[in-house]
Design a protein around this ligand. Structure first.
Ligand SMILES: Cc1ncc(C[n+]2csc(CCOP(=O)(O)OP(=O)(O)O)c2C)c(N)n1
Ligand SMILES: [Mg+2]
Length: 696
């Protein structure tokens, strides 16, 4: 399954100075640079980075396939760091491989430097994932490993490569590792190799203060190949990696016992290793001696940022070799492309993020559908037309209606990635991080579903998708208290407001870090999916109803043409002649309730405009002239939301009146809840009349 070409290390060693153990020297160089970076910036995490240096050197120099001249080469092996606080280790190895300069290392953690405190996605520099929130990095690796198998199943084993992950005590303890470990073992992801930097020390204590688990047994029960080594013994590292990359059945975890702060000395010249204090502060501040440690590691204290000439020379050869390996593959790929032109086109399309043309406005929906069902109809079409879409569900496919996709394909199984559906089991956070990993790998359009109320369980990974700009699609059904009998545990109230905050939050490109769409009916659902599919730069959320919704009316008798304005964030559904007496605004199924309420209000000769606002974020991006044309100054506005009133506050401003749900919901049939909680046409009529009376 693998076309691995190992670096001829013996030959390389001969090229280096004969009397220097170049591998020890290189690892020490990483330790020295890591320590110096933290020392210079007066903040950071030296200890863990110093312990992991041996592994990272052997991995990058002897195993990790990449093309030094083509950082986003599609068939490169991916390296996913989990403990982002070990960034000095990553920046140091990437300095040895030519992706960072020494000056950039010196600017560690400074404004506008490419070496922030925790690594931020930058494939051109060899950073495959943003890391920092422990546990997510290695779970993204699981997603990338699934993506790799998915693509190899379609394009052949020429496209196989490895996914390496690096995890620490913190990541092992995070709950998400349960989901990642179970899933990788269950799916037999033999292309996944994870190093566990087991230094027995974490931020505030030794690990023995919080855990007594047998981690190896835990992973072996999940179906992993478990290897125990001394994580600072380079020969053991080499052997374990050699075994891991030839695995055919199982993912591998190499549990390496490492030494926190390896090589550190105190002022008296005694060992300053294995100190919790070196987890997160400069060695000098922790009480160690920087000078003695530098000398101990073979550095010149006056020149602690130098890359040793022999290490530089060695890595020069390593890189030459990597380039050769990559070019051998590229030659093979060229002849593959020549004999498989159609597949080759498809491959390019997959990696471009483009998808085949689909006329979303022509998708026929049943009248009065729940938007989750309308979404299922669209998903059925996507399944038939978009060959690189992977949809997942956390054990709710028949409720969140991702089964619209599943019915046209089948779920992944060990050794069978011919389908396109991932049953993640009940593990929403894992699912969200796995989807991020697929997006990071490239070649895949990932989407995942669950109940909206459980978006809470996914939020940390959604946030990272927003920060990294990953086009993951979230399918969140059961959007409001109309879940009904399941009661307040299952009824979202504050979730929409929470998610809409991500529309306000800009990413580093200055755009909304997420698009959040809550469509009002099936026509808007078609268009919402269009927007989601066309959005290649940020995540998109679709918040969908459980219950059926009456299709919205159209003044021009062309509902889908109206709904196409969803991309403006808010638009007029029904209007009146002249200035309205009141504008009614909502999103989701509340728009249909406003339509019913407006019928009653018009009987009193009131002039009514109804606005559907599926995305406040998109609406805010419109020019002021458009916004004013929808919500003109001086016209009273009434909002209806099944979420907290604050959900609509941003659109209405301080003067508008909002009828929202400002408490937890209750267990009862949803029509009863509509009555009791005031989400009826009658109550819209009553509240608007009250509001207009106050204004007079
Ligand atoms: C989700 C999450 N919780 C807490 C933290 C804060 N934090 C950073 S590192 C760490 C523990 C570090 O232990 P380990 O992973 O063993 O790293 P080492 O001390 O060995 O460098 C904690 C709690 C975090 N980064 N992410
Ligand atoms: Mg640790």
């Amino acid at each position: 399954m693998n076309n691995y070409i190992f670096v001829d290390i013996e030959k390389l060693n001969k090229l280096s100075l004969m009397n220097i153990d170049i591998n020890k020297r290189a690892a020490d160089n990483i330790r020295i640079l890591s320590m110096s970076m933290v020392e210079k910036s007066k903040s950071g995490h030296p200890g863990g980075a110093m312990g992991g240096a041996d592994f990272i050197h052997i991995l990058f120099s002897e195993f990790l396939n990449f093309d030094p001249k083509d950082p986003d080469w599609i068939n490169r092996d991916r390296f996913f760091l989990d403990p982002g606080h070990m960034s000095p280790m990553l920046y140091s190895i990437l300095a040895l491989t030519g992706r960072f300069t020494v000056d950039e290392l010196k600017n560690f953690r400074q404004w506008d430097s490419p070496t922030p405190g925790h690594p931020e996605l930058d494939v051109q520099r060899g950073i495959e994932n943003t890391s920092g929130p422990l546990g997510q990095g290695h779970t993204m690796a699981v997603g990338a490993a699934i993506a790799e198998r998915f693509l190899a199943a379609r394009f052949g084993e020429l496209f196989s490569h490895k996914i390496f992950a690096y995890i620490s005590d913190g990541g092992i303890q995070e709950e998400i590792s349960q989901g990642a470990g179970r899933l990788a073992g269950f799916l037999g992801l033999a292309n996944l190799v994870m190093f566990y930097d087991s230094n027995d020390i974490q931020l505030s204590t030794e690990t023995s203060s919080v855990t007594s688990e047998d981690t190896g047994m835990k992973y072996s029960s999940w179906g992993w190949n478990v290897i125990h080594i001394d994580g600072n013994d380079q020969e053991q590292i080499r052997k374990s990696l050699t075994a891991a990359v030839s695995q055919k059945e199982k993912p591998t975890i190499i549990i390496g016992k490492t030494i926190m702060g390896k090589g550190l000395l105190d002022n008296e010249g005694k060992s300053f290793e294995r100190k919790t204090s070196t987890h997160g502060m400069p060695v000098s501040e922790a009480g160690g001696s920087v000078e003695k440690s530098l000398i101990n590691l073979g550095a010149d204290p006056a020149d602690c940022f130098s890359i040793f000439p022999e290490v530089k020379e060695y890595y020069g050869k390593v890189l030459e070799n990597k380039a050769k390996t990559a070019s051998v593959w590229k030659t093979e790929q060229k002849s593959w492309a020549a004999s498989n032109p159609e597949l080759d086109n498809k491959l390019h399309e997959y990696y471009s993020g483009e998808f085949p043309k689909i006329d979303f406005s022509a998708i026929v929906q049943k009248e009065g559908s729940a938007t989750r069902n309308a979404s299922a109809t669209v998903l059925g079409i996507l399944a038939k037309n978009v060959g690189n879409m992977i949809v997942a569900s956390a054990d709710l496919s028949n409720s969140d209606k991702t089964d619209g996709f599943l019915k046209n394909t089948h779920a992944f199984k060990k050794d069978d990635f011919s389908g396109a559906f991932l049953q993640t089991g009940v593990s929403e956070l894992t699912m969200a991080a796995v989807m991020n990993g697929m997006a990071l790998h490239g070649g895949i359009i990932p989407a995942c579903g669950t109940f909206f109320v459980f978006s809470d369980y996914m939020k940390p990974a959604v946030r990272l998708a927003c920060l990294m700009g990953l086009p993951v699609k979230y399918i969140w059904s059961h959007d409001a208290f109309r879940v009904g009998e399941d009661g307040p545990t299952h009824q979202p109230v504050e979730q929409e407001a929470q998610l809409r905050l991500m529309e306000h939050l800009k990413n580093h490109h200055g755009v909304n870090s997420m698009i959040v769409l809550r469509p009002a009916d099936s026509a808007e659902t078609n268009v919402a999916w269009k927007i989601a599919m066309e959005n290649k730069t940020t995540p998109t959320a679709l918040i969908l109803s459980r219950q059926n919704i009456k299709d919205l009316p159209s003044d021009r008798n062309n509902r889908i043409a109206d709904a196409l304005q969803t991309d403006k964030g808010a638009y007029i559904v029904q209007d009146c002649s002249g200035t309205p007496d009141i504008i009614l605004i909502a999103c989701g199924s509340e728009v249909a309730t406003l339509v019913e309420g407006a019928i009653l209000l018009r009987k009193d000769n009131l002039k009514i405009r109804i606005v559907s606002a599926p995305s406040e974020g998109l609406f805010r991006n419109q020019p002021a002239s458009y916004r004013d044309s929808i919500l003109p100054e001086g016209v009273p506005v009434f909002g209806l939301t099944a979420g907290l009133s604050v959900t609509l506050q941003g659109l209405l401003g301080p003067k508008g009146a909002i009828w929202g749900l400002n408490s937890f919901g209750y267990s009862a049939p949803y029509k009863v809840l509509d009555e009791k909680l005031g989400f009826t046409a009658d109550n819209v009529y009553k509240k608007v009349r009250e509001y207009l009376a106050v204004l007079k």
